[in-house]
Design a protein around this ligand. Structure first.
Ligand SMILES: Cc1ncc(COP(=O)(O)O)c(C=O)c1O
Length: 377
């Protein structure tokens, strides 16, 4: 099998798996316990907190470990607003943000969806235009999970704060860490979400960066772990794996970017030589190097995926089959891709382990896959 689905999840790095196992075997103490077992587990957690903080340009005290990116997004949104407040989120956010915003709306929070350009970029001026006196939070993702486009977080924060100085700025940076340098100091974000399994760590662990001085309402109540913001006994093994993966991801980001940019160019050239009518979704320049999201006119995503899977290639489509009808991706619709075209989308995402052989295997399978998909089988 060829794996071209790194945006969905990544293989666990051997170093991270080792850290998980070590923590399971040696650090089984409860990190809240005062005895030596507890202290050993606590030390491992704090080492991971240091590593994650260093990887994203934050202080360790600003990192709250969570059960993944979804939980971090939910804590950021639900923890910072109350009924009657106004929130701005971009129209192409991950469902973890959009659905959290939807839940808040049902409780009396006003939500404005900021538009996204056809290039997959959110114009800071559009965000500024949506901010009003009751706006408490603005949330725009740093890197989109489907089309890989990269925002200018600094410009977005500045634009929002130029209208309302005390507005909180959240960014879902789940797809950013390991793909672009993450510098929360200069981004100007108050809150940022991360997930372990997108960067070679285990699943079910993530973090919310909470800038020092920002207060949130906890969503999980209990023993008061994580500065009272996320009660529950810490998942020490997963946190240890995440810490190791975050350190490696940050260290390798430039070298990986260079390698993946080359592979992606090969991929796109190859697809164009198979079918010249391929449409690239969003800006090719302002996107992480490992992402390629295309539409193949006259096909549907589900069929493409099944045929590719049968040919030994694992990737994703932006469209999902909901009750028998193809439901095109909200991301592609948000950037103005016509419904019929959006139905035939493919997301190919490369990562640390991707090679020329992977790209070539995909390209070899592609002509027959497209031909069969256009025939409807
Ligand atoms: C941009 C983005 N945000 C949030 C999430 C959710 O993260 P997790 O799978 O850790 O809950 C994902 C994962 O698909 C994502 O890509």
């Amino acid at each position: 099998m060829v794996y071209l689905d790194y945006a969905a999840t990544t293989p666990v790095l051997p170093e991270a798996a080792e850290a998980v196992l070590r923590a399971m075997e040696k650090d089984f103490g409860n990190p809240s316990s005062v005895h030596a077992y507890g202290r050993a587990a606590r030390n491992s957690v704090e080492d991971s907190r240091d590593a994650v903080a260093a990887a994203v340009g934050a202080s360790p005290s600003e990192i709250i470990f969570t059960g993944g990116g979804t939980e971090a997004d939910n804590l950021a949104l639900k923890g910072s607003v109350r009924p009657g407040d106004h929130v701005v989120v971009s129209a192409f956010e991950h469902d973890a943000v959009l659905e959290a915003a939807g839940g808040l709306e049902r409780q009396g929070v006003e939500i404005t969806l900021a538009p996204v350009g056809s290039d997959g970029i959110v114009d800071p001026a559009a965000v500024a235009a949506a901010v009003r006196p009751s706006t408490v939070l603005v949330s725009v993702m740093a890197v989109n999970n489907e089309i890989g486009t990269v925002q200018d977080p600094e410009a977005l924060s500045e634009a929002a704060r130029a209208v309302k100085g005390d507005v909180l700025v959240h960014t879902d940076a789940v797809q950013a860490l390991g793909n672009i340098p993450v510098a929360l100091n200069s981004w100007g974000a108050d809150l940022a979400s991360f997930s372990g399994h997108k960067l070679g760590g285990p699943k079910g662990v993530g973090a919310l960066f909470v800038r020092s001085g920002v207060t949130l309402e906890p969503q999980l109540h209990g023993g008061g772990q994580e500065r009272g913001l996320r009660s529950g006994t810490l998942n020490v093994p997963a946190i240890c794996g995440f810490g190791v993966a975050a350190e490696i991801a940050a260290k390798e980001v430039y070298e990986k970017a260079e390698r993946l940019a080359e592979l992606r160019a090969r991929l796109l050239d190859g697809i164009r030589s198979v079918t010249s009518d391929v449409v690239v979704n969003g800006s090719l320049e302002r996107r992480i190097p490992g992402n390629l999201n295309v539409c193949l006119p006259g096909t549907d995503g589900e069929t493409l995926l099944m045929l590719l899977d049968a040919s030994g290639v694992a990737c994703s489509s932006g469209s999902a089959c909901a009750s028998g009808a193809l439901d095109p991706s909200h991301v592609l619709l948000a950037i103005g891709v016509p419904r019929a075209l959006a139905a035939g989308s493919l997301r190919l995402s490369l990562g640390r382990g991707s090679s020329r052989d992977d790209v070539d295997a995909f390209l070899q399978a592609l002509p027959e896959v497209i031909e069969r998909a256009r025939r409807g089988a």
